[in-house]
Design a protein around this ligand. Structure first.
Ligand SMILES: *Cc1c(COP(=O)(O)O)cnc(C)c1O
Length: 401
């Protein structure tokens, strides 16, 4: 117990770092050129969007890459490319954020929610039990927690379930040395402000599958200008699909790509900065009575852009008390167990457009998940202070019983 510790944190949980100066300069150059649309390029010029796609593909070792308007668009585009139709079922995580079931709903499909373990990854037993209900799994690496990817792929291959990876929280992460997003047939990333690179809005889609990728390019609104891309399949692949694939515009523009390219080049440093902060928080919280750390697998190279801990089997009123006490000391915690969706947190049963069956084991975990963002504007000292505050408040509520 930390008796008499009354420190208060005054930082801002939604304040990002600035866009790097070279990225700002690149954006200004795009604006001066007047050529903001991705296919508006001077002769001999590739354009920032095509270069971003090429650079991102190289950074994860993918054959193909497409930049789009948002992470959610990337997911719906991937589902369409796979031929998911209205009424089809799509497996997905019960523990994720609203854009994931939303992407499934956007193509008229129906999510089938798969449970979550105490390690905050998809429950492979539950997945095995439900795998025959659908041909596609939209796998959300929610909050950057990566499940045993070999086991998951083995299971999905055995049930002929194709996997789309939602890597909104795992850009820069890896499983046993393989970049997150390289296991499924396609993977989607978000470049929205709260993710690992910041262009306000934006998304990236990768694949090694030529035909699927050609479809996503057409879907994104390439008209017949797919030859201006640098990370797409050969023109022959487009020949067969260009007449039958509708244009559902969702392109990225040069302005966003221009500010993303320098950020992508620095992603490794950012990941280190996040993990240093994560480490301070994790160590600061370890051993707090009543609080369970979500231990990370050694096979997992994660990006600690947020941290979760469990107040497992706590009374909900007591969890509310912890959150209120921490908030009073400037520490903004989010709770995934709330019956009423709030801020960015919601539960599978709050998405009422999608049917759901109660999952008691998952509910037990979700009821205890507390979440905190880690903006890079926090210093290591800030993180140590935050951990002390959480430790003191969790301890105080726990001791009061
Ligand atoms: C943010 C997010 C998305 C969607 O990204 P947008 O770019 O906001 O559309 C998808 N999945 C998860 C888990 C996310 O957090």
């Amino acid at each position: 117990m930390v008796e008499g510790f009354t420190g208060k944190f005054t930082g801002n949980f939604t304040q990002q770092g600035p866009i790097p100066e070279d990225a700002i300069a690149a954006a200004v150059e795009v604006m001066r050129s007047g050529r903001l649309h991705r296919y508006n390029v001077a002769s001999g010029e590739a354009g920032d969007v095509a270069l971003l796609e090429q650079e991102f593909a190289q950074s994860v070792g993918a054959k193909y890459c497409l930049a789009v308007a948002s992470g959610g668009y990337a997911m719906s585009c991937a589902l369409r490319a796979l031929g998911v139709k209205p009424g089809d079922k799509v497996l997905t995580n019960a523990f994720t954020l609203a854009p994931v079931p939303g992407a499934i709903a956007s193509v008229g499909a129906v999510p089938v929610f798969v449970g979550v373990t105490e390690a905050l990854v998809i429950d492979l037993e539950d997945l095995a039990a439900k795998a025959d209900q659908a041909d596609v799994l939209m796998l959300s690496h929610m909050r950057g927690h990566i499940c045993d990817m070999e086991a998951l792929m083995q299971l999905c291959d055995a049930h002929v379930v194709r996997v789309i990876e939602d890597c909104a929280h795992t850009m820069g992460a890896a499983w046993r040395g393989v970049p997150s997003g390289r296991f499924g047939v396609m993977a989607c990333y978000s470049t929205q402000t709260y993710k690992h690179v910041n262009s306000g809005e934006g998304g990236l889609l990768i694949s090694d599958d030529a035909e699927l990728m050609a479809r996503t390019v057409m879907l994104s609104g390439s008209y017949m200008m797919f030859d201006r891309h640098l990370a797409v399949p050969e023109p022959e692949v487009f020949a067969s699909i260009k007449y039958e694939t509708p244009n559902m515009s969702g392109r990225m523009d040069h302005l966003r790509a221009a500010i993303l390219r320098p950020q992508l080049a620095r992603l490794k440093d950012q990941v280190e900065a996040w993990n240093a902060r994560y480490g301070v928080l994790e160590e600061g919280l370890r051993g707090t009575p009543g609080l369970r750390i979500v231990e990370r697998e050694s096979d997992e190279a994660y990006v600690g852009s947020s941290i979760q801990f469990l107040l497992l089997d706590w009374d909900t009123a007591k969890i509310g008390e912890v959150l209120a006490r921490c908030a009073a000391r400037g520490v903004e915690l989010k709770w995934f167990g709330g019956a009423e969706p709030a801020g960015y947190t919601s539960r599978y049963d709050s998405w009422r457009y999608a049917p759901s069956v109660a999952m008691p084991a998952s509910d037990r975990v979700l009821n205890g998940v507390v979440d905190m963002r880690i903006p890079l504007t926090f210093s290591l000292e800030d993180c140590a202070l935050i951990a002390r505050i959480i430790r003191a408040e969790v301890g105080a509520v726990w001791q009061a019983g």
